[in-house]
Design a protein around this ligand. Structure first.
Ligand SMILES: NC(=O)C1=CN([C@@H]2O[C@H](COP(=O)(O)OP(=O)(O)OC[C@H]3O[C@@H](n4cnc5c(N)ncnc54)[C@H](OP(=O)(O)O)[C@@H]3O)[C@@H](O)[C@H]2O)C=CC1
Ligand SMILES: [Mg+2]
Length: 340
């Protein structure tokens, strides 16, 4: 049943596993891998590995689409030997999940190996994460983002911020431990709210001057320490556009890897008034949009071309961004109100 390490689990644990759904089996198996270096070491010998080079994921182009392929443990072993690396380097991998058949999945950064040679041997390209996110199918991006975020966290937490001594990752990469005083560090994400504000039949979309021309999206902002989700929504809406939030409705969440790991918490909010007071230190422009205008903006699948007058039509972030989900949800709700 478990191709990656079940033999190490006690018979009692294995019997319990048989009663569970595959989701629970996987969750329990991953828990053991995270906690126990010996089980994880066994899983490394049978697992599959997603490859990165200085945090750029490896993509392969097949016809008109791209894949984020994994190599087997034996293939990775062969690559390391051919590039004159010790097989011990496999232990630099981080655990990112497991397949339905409980085969462990890891990510490894091969940044110390020659990039162009690897690309030729593997038949693909190490691609910048932003570009890769747009090339991959939306359903394949979360795994790639998660893997890159975890590798990035390990790369930037090599030393203890209290003692200055090196930290050591456990085998799965679920934590790092200070070699000086045993302090444990866990991978972190910053909570960020993203809120689609609406008033009567219009919703509010805004842009920062760093956005590509024409792109408008929902308001967003990092949670301050100690704040609740609701408090952040109220504060950010007040700070950025000078509106008082009346009601908040949670919608969904998403891990967002740019520029560092964020947990995007998406909400709908209604406001009491519509007169905007834009904080230009934060955003360049914010406007109310009707259903028709939002439907028009959603039609663009990629950056629209400049019009004759030199302007770029309004467009919204692509499907991989939770902003798109919030906007689509609002459109569906408006359409259903029209039918009522
Ligand atoms: N997935 C999606 O659909 C969307 C994702 N986002 C993401 O949400 C995030 C936040 O949006 P944004 O509106 O810019 O946020 P804010 O409105 O909070 O403003 C960003 C500024 O806040 C400061 N800041 C405070 N805390 C942090 C922290 N923990 N990490 C980094 N900066 C912090 C930084 O200022 P300083 O640099 O001066 O220190 C930064 O420039 C962005 O990373 C963006 O990529 C945004 C919209 C859509
Ligand atoms: Mg903001």
């Amino acid at each position: 049943m478990f191709s990656g390490g079940v033999g190490i689990l006690s018979p009692v644990t294995s019997v319990c596993f048989r009663l569970y759904s595959s989701y629970i089996k996987n969750a329990r198996y991953l828990f053991h891998l995270k906690e126990n270096d010996d089980i994880c070491r066994q899983a490394l010998k049978l697992g599959s590995f997603y490859l990165f080079h200085n945090l750029s994921p490896f993509l392969r182009n097949i016809g008109s689409s791209y894949s984020f392929p994994a190599v087997s443990s034996s293939e990775l072993h062969k690559i390391l030997i051919e590039h004159e690396r010790n097989e011990q380097m496999m232990e630099e991998s981080v655990l990112i999940g497991c397949s339905d058949s409980c085969s462990a999945e890891f990510a490894i950064d091969l940044g110390s190996l020659e990039r162009s040679r690897l690309e030729t041997e593997l038949g693909g390209k190490f691609t910048d994460l932003r570009k890769a996110s747009l090339q991959l199918r939306v359903k394949d991006t979360p795994l790639m983002s998660q893997a890159q975020a975890l590798l990035r966290w390990h790369e930037s937490h090599q030393y203890c911020s209290k003692t200055g001594k090196p930290t050591q990752k456990n085998l799965s990469g679920s934590k790092r431990v200070c070699q000086g005083n045993g302090l444990i560090y866990y991978p972190q994400m910053s909570p960020v709210i993203i809120t689609l504000v609406s008033h009567r039949k219009r919703c509010l979309l805004a842009r920062q001057d760093s956005f590509p021309a024409g792109m408008y999206t929902a308001l967003s902002g990092f949670c301050d320490i100690g704040e609740t989700l609701e408090e952040t929504v109220r504060r950010e809406v007040a700070e950025e556009v000078g509106l008082e939030v009346e009601s908040i409705r949670y919608s969904a969440s998403q891990h967002w890897p740019f520029p560092n790991s964020s947990l995007m918490l998406a909400c709908h909010a209604t406001v009491l008034q519509e007169e905007l007071c834009i904080n230009t230190a934060e955003i360049e422009s914010a406007k109310w949009f009707s259903l028709e205008e939002v439907e028009e903006a959603l039609k663009w699948q990629k950056v629209p071309p400049k019009q004759e007058d030199g302007t770029v039509p309004v467009w919204v972030p692509p499907k991989l961004a939770i902003a798109n989900h919030l906007i689509q949800e609002w459109v569906q709700e408006q359409r259903s109100h029209l039918k009522d």
